[in-house]
Design a binder for this molecule. Sequence first.
Ligand SMILES: [Zn+2]
Length: 605
Amino acid sequence: MSSKTRDLLQNLNSTYVNLHQKFEELFWLFKMGDHSVEEAMNETEKTRDLFRSDAGNLNCVKEALTVSGLANDEVKRLEVWKNFFQLYQTPIKLTSLRDKISVLEGRVAKKFATRKEGYKDPNTGEFVPASKSKIRMIMRTNSDEAVRKACFDALEEMSLDAVGEYVELVAMRNQFARALGYDDFYAYKLRLSEGMAKNEVFDVFGEIYERTKYALADIRDLEAIKPGLRKPWNFGFMMTGSFTLEEDPYYIFDEALMGWGRSFSALGINYRGGKLQLDLLDRQGKYNNGFCHYPMIVNFNDGKRNPGAANFTCNAIYGQPGSGNLAYETLFHEAGHAADRLASEQTEVCLNTEWPPASIAWAETHSQFLDTMFSSIEWRTRYAKDKDGNPYPLELFERKARQVRILSPLALNSIMMVSEFEKRVYEEQNLTPEKVVKIAKEVSRKYTDYSEDSLWILSVPHIYDWENSAYYHSYGLAILALDQWRKYFYDKYGYIVDNPNVGDEMAKVWKLGSAKTFPEFVRMATGKNLSPKAFLEDVTMNIEKYLARARRRIERMKSILEITRPVELNADIKMVHGKEIIADNSVSFEDMARKYGEWLHKQAK
Ligand SMILES: [Zn+2]
């Protein structure tokens, strides 16, 4: 490799790692509740964005590509950067608009993080302080309908907190996307993150909606024997609320770390020497949605691989029903994201981040694949045990399935609902707060068929934030892909839980970072083009077939030995609470889990 090319590549790689790190470290502090770093965070974000959109960088790479006698490897590496910079090109005239958007988004984020959250107790009339996640949980599990309704009302009211700012954001984002030649911001984001056009996604979603909407009619029929079922504050509670309580003893928060560690270790998941930092409990001022970000991305220095680092979080409330389940879900989901990015072997660091050219749908395919492994009956009967060691009962699984299976055809509805809402909002001419509310209500009716209007969509944090807006479709695409992948694994190996072959095949695609597009990766992993077939087959399967399949899968696990060796994930792990370090795995994973469990006990209120 010529020294000039080598210097250019080294410079691009180290600069991007650096800019990425500076922003991500402050991003984490801010999201975990230290709002004093906001200005510095915005500055570092701007600097990172300017690097990506700098026409000078693109020109340098283009020029380097014109040099004669380049080796194949040099061309390949330079092409990666050329594509990368091309994705982010922003004319200089748009930078002040982009800044204005960031500032307004920052204001909205602060408003959400500092507002007084809670609901009005219907019995005493008093205001009960509670975070949004807590209110949601109460609405799903409290047996008093008046309390559930009060929680619903509180959430609806909160949904309107930033609707004015949202309208402004949509207008500015559209202005930005149109200046780049796109129809609107949705089309721009979709092209950037998945390389797809709106009709490619919404044609598939339309087909799924048509093929599954019979379930909405089934629920209307069910309401005849369950009066009030379609009221939004009753639906979750009446369908699954009692199960949340009944299942709770099998998802012990204190055991979640061990369950995660043993299960990932048995799959052979390897963080390749990376660092993980986990902040699981809810706090005032903490961002109220789980996520995984990477303060350090995998990079290479003179051929030496430097491992990455991941931070992840959720808003579990210790002692509250369902919190153990949430902790488990976060560990499987977010640690799945981390496993993917930290296993990359790509020399060009722009292929090792979660940002484009990374596909969100592909990232979610891994995290949600691991979610579905956690929620599978085979996993539960092996790992989800109550304090006396009794495994999650098959009888409970069956009873729950008989009640909630009616909902499974609608598995993609909330995702399709948010996607359609955003698509319509960005397509709407002369958007106003009234129009936003109207679209939110219409879309909610279409996908939930609740008997009352709801503005729930406006409480989805993603829509307020540049990076995460016009994004929900990716969750849907991921579910289609992972169902296809699950089918592939079951057909090939007969089982997934504790199967090192599954971990192996996952690691093989993880090595490629963002070197392929989502459709290419799906084809590579599953041997087939992406289609809704496996998903539809799964969600429309009738209850008897579904239960028979579950029994077969449990039976299959009987010949698979349980792993008893110590947990080994090849990672430095820290359990934190804000800036406080609670435990780490410097002695062992088991030691960390025990210390964290002891600390948790002290948090019970
Ligand atoms: Zn995710």
